[in-house]
Design a binder for this molecule. Structure first.
Ligand SMILES: Cc1ncc(C[n+]2csc(CCOP(=O)(O)OP(=O)(O)O)c2C)c(N)n1
Ligand SMILES: [Mg+2]
Length: 331
């Protein structure tokens, strides 16, 4: 049996993951009310990966970059939930000033570099962040997440080649949730052991149980330590599952309800709560208190977002390059 960690750790993991899960559930409800528009990709089911990873890094200097399933990662890196909620609603107070929306969370202050809608686009960008750190003599490490669909992009191969050649301080983590939109991993290549893609570049690589916080933390920690010492990148395949559809309109005809139920049996939130209960780490009242505190944080985030203004027409021209002779731009 795996070693038992401290009571404080399980309580923190449970509360963090509960906040992430409930924030996504609320976002889903707000989308149906049309208070959130556009796309909305939820992280439900994949939380153990983030909970493990965040313990393996130092968020005050290490960096994180991911794809568009990105509402909760900035929170894990220290962004207040209200700034994420405001961004979801397209408000000027959002962490990307309302310019990004669901797919483009960003907070340089918290070392969170997006939020990218181009599948696989964040892979070379992640290596670029690591290159900058190495070039500037920092010992910071970048965690670069991607989906199982993204690993089929050519950019992964070019990036892996240079990351190994230059021994960049980056940990590539494929969150293999089984599907790229409606396409299963098995339908995208002649073998489904994604971690083996590292072998062609002699990059240290391997599979990890993405439903297990401790397995994630330990594997990422080894990779981060190596990267910090100048020994270069690692590629990990975190095996996980997404409980919700790809985005909000997904009839999910590519999988059965029973398949989803199978993975819900190993839901990291439930397994963590079971450990808490079994070891008497918290009483029923203490658990309820945590749940209420999470509800309160989310309610405050929604209130803040709803009361915030939308960007004005003038705000649209901030943070973009302006060509002075452009006819319709007037002061
Ligand atoms: C270059 C590019 N091609 C196609 C798309 C359309 N698209 C959006 S999400 C997606 C699936 C990606 O799946 P995966 O990498 O497994 O991530 P997941 O959604 O499972 O987290 C596709 C094909 C896109 N956004 N960018
Ligand atoms: Mg996927």
């Amino acid at each position: 049996m795996a070693k038992l960690e401290s009571k404080e750790k399980y309580l923190k993991w449970y509360k963090d993951m509960l906040l992430w899960r409930k924030l996504e559930d609320k976002a889903s409800a707000l989308y149906i009310q049309q208070k959130i528009r556009g796309f909305l990709h939820l992280y439900n089911g994949q939380e153990a990966i983030l909970a493990g990873c965040i313990e393996a890094i130092d968020p005050s200097k290490d960096k994180m970059i991911t794809a568009y399933r990105n509402h909760v990662q900035p929170i894990a890196m220290g962004v207040e939930p209200k700034f994420v909620m405001a961004e979801l609603m397209g408000k000027i107070t959002g962490c990307s000033k309302g310019n990004g929306g669901s797919m483009h969370m960003f907070s340089k202050k918290h070392n969170f570099y997006g939020g990218h809608g181009i599948v696989g686009g964040q892979i070379p960008l992640g290596a670029g962040l690591a290159f900058a750190d190495k070039f500037n003599g920092s010992d910071a490490v970048t965690l670069c997440f991607m989906g199982d669909g993204a690993v089929r992009q050519g950019s992964l191969h070019e990036t892996f080649n240079l990351a190994m050649l230059w021994k960049l301080p980056v940990v590539f983590i494929c969150e293999n949730n089984g599907y790229a939109m409606g396409t299963s991993v098995e339908r995208t290549a002649n073998h489904s052991d994604i971690w083996k893609l590292g072998l062609g570049y002699e990059m240290p690589c391997g599979p990890v149980d993405g439903m297990d916080i401790l397995a994630m933390r330990d594997a990422v920690k080894i990779a981060v330590d190596r990267a910090r010492k100048g020994e270069g990148p690692t590629f990990l395949e975190a095996k996980t599952y997404r409980y919700k559809g790809h985005s909000m309109s997904d009839a999910q005809q590519y999988r059965t309800k029973d398949e989803v139920k199978e993975y819900q049996k190993i839901d990291p939130l439930n397994t963590t709560l079971e450990i808490i209960k079994k070891n008497n780490f918290a009483s029923e009242q203490e658990i309820e208190k945590m749940q209420n505190e999470v509800k309160e944080v989310i309610a405050e985030a929604i209130k803040f977002a709803e009361e915030s203004p939308f960007p004005t027409e003038k705000d649209l021209y901030d943070s973009v390059y302006e060509q002075s002779d452009y006819p319709f731009i007037k002061d």
